[in-house]
Design a protein around this ligand. Sequence first.
Ligand code: GAL
Length: 705
Amino acid sequence: MQPGVWRLTLGEPEAHTPSSVFSYQPAESGLREMPNVEDCPLSVDAITGKQISRGFQVTLPLGVDEQLYGLGLQLFSMNQRGKKKTLRVNSDPVADTGDSHAPVPFYVTTSGYGVLVDTLRYMTVYCGSAARRLDADCASSKPGGAASSAAGAEELYESQARSGDAQVIIDIPSARGVDLYLFAGPDMQQAVQRYNLFSGSGCLPPMWGLGVWYRCKSDFTELDVLAMAEKFRNDGIPCDVIGLEPGWQSHAYSCSHIWGPKFPQPKQMMTRLSEMGLHVNLWTHAFTHPSSPIHEQLSSRSGDFLVWGGLVPDFADPEARRIFADFHKKEHVDLGAPAPAPTASWLPRGASGYKMDECDNSDFIRSAWSFPEVSNFPSGLDGEQMHSAFGRLYQQTIQSIFDGMGRRTYGQVRSSWSLSAALPYVLYSDLYDHKAFIRGVVTSGFSGLLWGPEVRHAVSAEDLIRRIQTVVFSPKAQVNAWYIKNPPWEQWIRNANNADQLHEDREWVTETIKRLFEVRMQFLPYLYSSFVKYHQTGVPPFRALVMEDPTDPNLQNIDDAYMMGDRALVAPVVAGINERDLYLPKGAWRDFQTGERYEGGQSHHFDVPLDKTLVFVKDNSVLPLAQPVQNVSDPALRQITVNVYGSGELGCTLFEDNGEDMEYKRGQMNTVRLAWDSSTQSAHLARSGNVQAPRYEVGGWNQIS
Ligand code: GAL
C-alpha cells in the first residue's frame, strides 16, 4: 500500500471499520523517508483467518521470546505478552482486562513490526496466552515444556505460558472477515513510526498548549474565573490555559452547548483573559440537550437512545459533524464575531479548544450512563461500533473547526481508537492511581496516543508534589481543579480546600510547585521540538524505554520511566518512595541537574528526596532551556541557555515558527542546530530556513559536568 505497509484481507471485512469511517491522510513523504523494506514483516502464509460461529478468528505467529506492546492506553500493564485483552471502550476499568478509555487494536512486538486490526468490534486478543492443540502434541509432550518443579502455581503458570513458539489469536465477534495492516520496522520504534505516519503522522500542538493548564471548579462564575487568573499572575505561577468545567453551560448534563447565567459576558471575559496571555479551553460533551439550539437539526441524525436526556449525535454522518462543528465555532471559537484573517500571531477572542468528556462508555459503576451496544445509528453503525468510534469521531468533528481556520488547537478527550496520532487531543481519566497514571504516559506511546496524568487533589503535600513532578514531564501539564475551590498547593485535602481552610504548609508547597511549573516552561522549546519530530517522523515524544532497545530484556518491563524526546529520560516516583532502582538503556546518561554520569546497560540505585525528579540526559548531548516565563507569549521564552552534558557533540535541534498556525505542514519552520565542540570549547549554532518567526537566542552555554 504505502512503503513498509501491507494490507491483508481475510474473509469479508465489515462495511463500518476505522479505515472506512474515520478521516485520516497517510503522511506519504514521511513514509517514503523511512528505510526501504522489501518484504512483509510477517510471512503471509503464517497468518490465518476463519469464520467461526461467534464471528471471525485471526491467528498470527509469536516467537518464543517475542514481547508484545500496544493495544492503546493500558493503565494496568505495559507488556501484553501472556495476557488476554478485550478491547472495550470503558471509563472505569477495574482490572487488567483490556477495558480502557482508548483501547486500540494495534500492537507492536520486540521483533520489530506492528499489526493493526481494522475493526470497531470489541475484539479479544490472546497475546500468546492460548496454546492451540497441534497434532504433534498428542504424540509427545509440548516442545520446550516447562519443568513441573516450579515452586508455586503462579510460576508454573508463567513458565508454561512462555514455553515454545506461541500465537496471537484474535477473536472478533460478529464479523465475517477483517483487514489487517502490517507495519514493517525493522525495529519496534520504526514500526510505531510507520503506524503513526500512516495515521496521518503525529500532531503538533500550538506552543501555548505545552504550557501549564489550570481547570477551574465547575461552579465558578465568570468573576471567579477572572479572579483565579489574576491570582496566578499575582502569585507569579506560570499558566497558559484556563479550563472551564460544566458550569459555563446553561445546561449540563446533557449539554445545551450555550453559555449559562454564570457567564453573562463571555466575550469580555475571553478578551480580558487573552490580555493576560491566557487561552480558554471549554469542557463539553456531545450528548445534546433539548434546550440546545442544534437539538432539532440533530434529531434525525442521532442514535435511537438518549444519554442524560440528550441526543447521541451520529458522528459517522458528515452532516451531523458539520452541524455540530459550525455551531461550536460560532458560539465559542468565534464568539459571534467573524473569523479573523490568518495572521502570524493570533489574539484569541474565543475558545482555543475543548475538553471532550464522556465520549467513552460506562459499565462498571452503580449508575451506568452511556448508550447501549444495542443502539442503532442512521449511518448504519451499531452501538458497539459507535462506542469504539465515538471519541475518535468527536475529535475529528471538533478538529474540523480549527483546521478550517488554519489554526492549531490542543485539547482533551476521554476516548480514542485507532488512526488517531494526528489529532491533538490528550486522554484523561477520573481514575487517580499515580502509578497507573505514570504507566499511561508509557503505554499510550505505542499506539499513537497522548495521555495526561492530571493532578487534582492529594492526600499529602508529598503526594501533591510527586504528582506534579510527573505531570510537568508529560504531554500536558494540567491541574484539574474541577472539584476544588482553591489551588491544591494551598490545600490539597479536598473538603478542607472547599471550606477555605488553607494549609499551614502552603507557602513552601506553593514555592515548590511554582518551581516545578517553571521547569516545565524551561523545557518548552525542547518539548516543542520533540513534537515537531513526532509530526515529521512519527517518533512518539513520550515513549517506553523498550523502544530504545527492544533486544535488551532488562527494558522490556519498565513501565515507570520513559523517554521525553530524544535526549531526556524521566523516572518519576510516587508518594512514599524516596529511593529507587533504575535500569538505564545502553550508552551513558547524565543527571539533568548535577551532570553526574551513569553508565547505561545496568541498574543504579538512586536517592529521590522530595525536591528531586529523576531526569537524565543522554551523555554528550546538549539541552536548551528557556527562561521560566509565565506564559508562552513572553518573548523571553526564546532566550535560551544551553546545558552541555559531557562532550556535547551530539547536540540537539530546535524548530522555529509562530507556534500557532498550520504552516508547519508545508515545512515552514527554521531548524536550529545546537552543538558544543569540546576540543575547541566552542559553541555551534546553525540555523537553516528563513521563516519569519521569533528566533531563539542563546544567552549562554553551561557545562554541567
Ligand atoms: C468528569 C470528568 C472530569 C470533570 C467532571 C465535571 O466526567 O472526567 O474531569 O470534567 O466530569 O463534571
